[in-house]
Design a protein around this ligand. Structure first.
Ligand SMILES: C[S@@+](CC[C@H](N)C(=O)[O-])C[C@H]1O[C@@H](n2cnc3c(N)ncnc32)[C@H](O)[C@@H]1O
Length: 268
């Protein structure tokens, strides 16, 4: 039987082979891509103030955060366990690779092939939830970052009311959600095959503090005021309300409706 890491690799290899990951960031907004695009928006807003030098993007997928880093003239290294994701990234951003502004390589974030203190900045977007135990990657993040360097981490928010409703509806959900994705011909359906871990804000902040990081700032993204399964049936209302919260800067007020916690830490 496959372990979690092997399953994750296979699932993301399959998704990359169907070349659907980067399409999430292509600009077309639907109920699924909305969550990815808005999380990315919040990530970029937090990184804005500290983007300089050399950045490492852990679990980079098809490498779509490189566009932001290259605009900031930051030298980008993206790593992922999935060789197919790395292939896609190398094809999609071949111009940046050719110009010497970016490197994409296969690597396990729990055992990074980099020297101590090599990077000024690190991002781990939608990665930690796939790891059985976050302590190994947090040790590696600490090791490869310079003192005073920044780490941005996103995790699914355990306190999200919508996630709690989903887990109550799990037996029905496990039938309906993959069916919905398959009907929409989305290869993301295979993501249900791997375990996700959620964290509450205090938990991840405490883990980072134990490794010697102080929190600089945080945001929440994707507000499920319209709860599952209605959010899928009336996506326009779900997206509209979520946008309203972000535009009015009410993200911290509605944090328990948010499915993503995004935090920026500084290594002491
Ligand atoms: C949900 S995707 C996120 C991709 C990208 N960061 C984004 O936001 O679009 C998670 C990625 O993490 C990668 N991943 C999972 N475990 C990993 C590990 N141990 N080391 C490196 N990458 C890993 C997966 O292969 C996958 O591409």
């Amino acid at each position: 039987m496959k372990n979690q890491k092997e399953k994750v690799t296979q699932v993301f290899d399959d998704i990359a082979l169907k070349s659907s990951w980067e399409s999430l960031y292509s600009g077309k907004i639907d109920r699924i891509s909305y969550n990815f695009v808005t999380r990315q928006r919040a990530v970029e807003a937090l990184l804005e103030s500290c983007a300089s030098g050399k950045a490492l993007d852990l679990g980079c997928g098809s490498g779509d955060l490189v566009r932001f880093y290259s605009q900031k003239e930051v030298f980008y290294t993206g790593v992922d366990l999935s060789s197919q994701m790395i292939k896609r990234a190398n094809v999609n951003y071949s111009d940046l690779v050719r110009e010497g502004k970016a490197i994409f390589q296969v690597a396990d974030c729990e055992n990074l092939p980099f020297k101590d203190g090599e990077f000024n900045l690190l991002s781990a977007v939608a990665l930690i939830e796939y790891l059985s135990d976050p302590s190994k990657v947090l040790n590696e993040i600490n090791r490869v970052l310079k003192c005073g360097g920044y780490a941005l981490i996103t995790v699914p928010n355990k306190k999200c009311i919508n996630s709690r409703i989903r887990s109550l509806l799990k037996p029905i959900n496990s039938l309906l959600f993959p069916l919905y994705l398959r009907l929409k011909k989305s290869s993301l359906a295979t993501m249900k095959d791997v375990k996700h871990h959620s964290y509450d804000q205090k938990e991840i902040d405490a883990l980072m503090k134990n490794k010697g990081f102080e929190k600089v700032d945080c945001r929440y993204a994707n507000f499920h005021i319209i709860a599952y399964p209605l959010d899928h049936l009336i996506p326009k209302i779900y997206i509209g309300l979520s946008e309203l919260i972000v535009n009015r800067k009410l993200d911290k007020v509605f944090k328990n409706w948010s499915s993503n916690y995004i935090a920026l830490y500084r290594k002491g």
